[in-house]
Design a protein around this ligand. Structure first.
Ligand code: MV4
Length: 512
């Protein structure tokens, strides 16, 4: 087993992996850019090394600097987290050349899944259901016209080197095809340096459901259940849950077996995710494979009782999977909210700055994977994900109830966050009825907020304000000061500001 692991990442995922290392008695080495000097992952690591300026190309994407630290710290292995170099085949190869174990798949498996057209060709060979369309780049507009006519409109144009919606165009009718093809090609060239574009039948209002897979280095591959990831905004997941409300045991088994076939066709090892589009008739189609640990892995951990990072480390150390497919059971329900430093009142633009106050929830069924602390300054240089708040319950309603309670306890002062967005989502009737698809969030955000009730506020706001007024009338400001210093829950939504006397008294009373 490894004695020391370098975590080539930052933020909440770096903290998450450091914790796994410590639980396994493995020393953790952190790397950090100049602006991350005071970050939580640096504080929690056993050793920490500066690797350069804030720009990712100067730090977290700099293969040589990271391998230099691996050599200097004598790390046995590197965990890449997600994002940055986690799906970079050149980095995976450089680790092998440097004699440091890369905790993840091989470079060859990454290459096999990196090109969307190559992946589709591999899936066709493996008999995996793919969306009707081409598995090679379109050679001409005429060819695009013929294929579109054959598969029928609407069609989706996609960049072969793409992902996350870049270079994608939905085409409803023949007269739109030419300009859409030109647009997709130029965006693909700009975004990926590769203008190859292919075409698929568009699945209308699909769900995005993904299957977690795990493969050891001895030919054993299992699936660990699915995650419902349809709540996305601009191709960024916002809420994820496990299991999917529409997947029953039979569908899970069929999707899982396909996902295992995909992993085996790619020669996959370690943790990976097979993404599917699911249509209204519950037909599922291979979309792509992510060759990394996903942000949303905690919901799978909670419903399976497995620790995916522990398992990743054990697999990378050459161990056999410690269980078979029959041992994998899905129990309960987990829902994850991605807490971002974003301003909901300003088009969710990033909101960096100093966290002047942090009241974080805990209690039954609440997990928090966080990279922030009170007093920390959120840098503007990276993805503004601050933490993930996950609610777990014996069923979906209990998970929603716990998550709602926890969100009402969550207060981050000094910066804006999207916490209020989740209160609105969890109260939405369609969400509670699990009527989800990839257009859900856009539709909800287009709706006017409920008239008369500020759906962002904490429902206890009025109660606490009345108590506060009463206490102030009787006890004067001293009690208020005590209430504030007690660090009681200060969060009554936007109407009150953190630090006001009224609140403190009300809170201390309300908290009794
Ligand atoms: C599609 C699709 C409908 N039909 N492909 C979005 C980015 C990339 N992951 C693939 N995406 C889509 N591909 C066909 N043939 C709809 C989407 C899509 C989407 C998929 C999953 C999650 C969110 C989405 C948001 C918009 C569009």
């Amino acid at each position: 087993m490894f004695k020391k692991i370098l975590i080539a990442n930052r933020g909440e995922i770096a903290v998450r992996v450091i914790r796994a290392c410590h639980e396994m008695g493995i020393a953790a080495v952190a790397v950090y850019s100049d602006v991350d000097r005071a970050s939580l992952h640096v504080r929690k690591a056993d050793e920490a090394y500066p690797i350069g300026a804030a720009a990712a190309s100067e730090s977290y994407l700099n293969i040589q600097k990271i391998l230099d630290v691996a050599a200097r710290s004598r790390a046995d292995a590197i965990h890449p987290g997600y994002g940055f170099l986690s799906e970079n085949a050149k980095f995976a190869r450089a680790c092998v050349d440097a004699g440091v174990k890369f905790i993840g798949p091989t470079a060859a498996a990454m290459d096999a899944m990196g090109s969307k057209t190559q992946a589709r060709q591999a899936m066709e060979r493996a008999g995996v259901p793919i969306v009707p369309g081409t598995s090679r780049g379109l050679e001409s507009f005429e060819q695009a016209e013929q294929v579109a006519a054959r598969i029928g409109y609407p069609v989706m144009l996609k960049a072969a080197a793409g992902g996350g919606g870049k270079g994608m165009r939905l085409v409803h009718a023949p007269e739109e095809l030419k300009s859409a093809l030109e647009g997709a090609r130029s965006e693909a060239e700009r975004s990926f340096g590769d203008s190859e574009v292919y075409i698929e039948k568009a699945i209308v209002n699909p769900r995005h459901i993904e299957m977690q897979v795990l493969a050891d280095e001895h030919g054993n591959t299992v699936y660990l259940g699915e995650r419902e990831c349809s709540l996305q905004r601009r191709h960024q997941k916002v809420v994820e849950e496990a299991p999917s409300p529409i997947v029953d045991a039979d569908m899970r088994c069929r999707m899982g077996e396909v996902a295992v076939r995909v992993a085996q066709a790619a020669g996959y090892t370690n943790a990976g995710t097979v993404e599917f589009l699911v249509d209204q008739q519950k037909n599922f189609y291979f979309l792509e494979m992510n060759t990394r640990l996903q942000v949303e892995h905690p919901v799978t951990e909670l419903v399976t009782g497995l620790d995916l990072v522990h398992l990743q480390i054990r697999i990378a150390a050459g161990e056999l999977l410690p269980f078979t497919q029959d041992d994998v059971k899905i129990r309960g329900h987990a829902i994850e909210c991605r807490i971002y430093a974003e301003d909901p009142d300003n088009n969710y633009f990033p909101s960096p700055g100093k966290i002047t106050l942090l009241l974080a929830p805990s209690g039954p069924g609440i997990r928090r994977d966080s990279g922030m602390y009170e007093g920390w300054t959120v840098p503007m240089d990276y993805d503004p994900l601050l933490a993930k708040l996950i609610g777990y319950g014996s069923d979906r309603d209990q998970a929603i109830g716990r998550l709602t309670r926890a969100l009402n306890e969550y207060f981050v002062g000094g910066i804006k966050t999207n916490i209020s967005l989740f209160r609105r989502i969890l109260r939405d009737p369609d969400f509670r009825a699990a009527k989800l698809d990839t257009g859900f969030l856009d539709r909800m955000l287009k709706q006017k907020e409920d008239s008369g009730t500020d759906s962002h506020a904490n429902p206890r706001a009025v109660e606490v304000a009345v108590i506060a007024a009463g206490m102030f009338a009787v006890l004067g400001s001293a009690a208020a000061g005590a209430g504030e210093r007690a660090g009681v829950n200060r969060n009554v939504g936007n109407t009150a500001k953190a630090g006001s006397n009224w609140k403190g008294m009300g809170r201390s009373e309300a908290m009794r």
